[in-house]
Design a protein around this ligand. Structure first.
Ligand SMILES: [Cu+2]
Length: 192
């Protein structure tokens, strides 16, 4: 049988349910549209301060930063994130007035682990040495992309103490059972 041309008015008028859903969607679009400028006014946007860098230069900056601010015990021994001598360096970040803080994302770690003081303000630079990574501060749900060749700066003033985690939320490959994107977790400790 040959294909037939559909009737002229082949569509049906909207029924009641379709009409309800249509109005709900339109109302939601309008709410979201209004939320965009409101988000700006309430300062809900992360900073767009960005600098050009490159992996070699940034790695050098972070290494110098870690050497300068690394936490040490009474005997002058370096302390890492897990309290042992090996691990991710633990850094007492300088406040905004003292200097900038540098964080690097690299497959598959965030370096260094940061110690911040409650109610102080910090300027935190972040860049990647290889792929695109994500910076997701948990459980606060602050999300930023970290890309190589750019240093993104966020200015933050933690207002509660505790241990927070950084999770990479941009898939950056699987490298085996114990390594890879899903094991990429960093640490931020906020003290009084
Ligand atoms: Cu990742």
């Amino acid at each position: 049988m040959p294909l037939q041309t559909p009737k002229k008015n082949w569509w049906e008028p909207f029924n009641k349910e379709e009409r309800i859903w249509l109005w709900i969607s339109i109302a939601w679009c309008i709410i979201m549209f209004i939320m965009m400028p409101l988000g700006h006014m309430w300062n809900q946007n992360v900073s767009s301060e960005t600098y050009k860098t490159n992996p070699d230069e940034y790695a050098q900056i972070v290494d110098n930063f870690i050497k300068k601010y690394q936490r040490k015990d009474a005997q002058g021994k370096v302390i890492t994130h897990n309290g042992k001598t090996t691990g991710i360096p633990l850094v007492e970040a300088p406040t905004k007035d003292q200097g900038d803080t540098f964080l690097v994302a690299q497959a598959w770690q965030f370096r260094p682990a940061l110690v911040l003081k409650k109610n102080k303000t910090y300027r935190i630079h972040m860049s990647s040495l290889d792929y695109q990574h994500g910076f997701s501060l948990q459980p606060q749900n602050l999300n930023i992309q970290i890309l190589p060749d750019y240093s993104f700066v966020i200015t933050m003033s933690p207002n509660e103490t505790g241990k927070f985690f950084l999770i990479c939320n941009e898939y950056c490959m699987f490298a085996g059972e114990k390594m890879g994107h899903d094991s990429m977790v960093g640490q931020v400790i906020v003290e009084d």
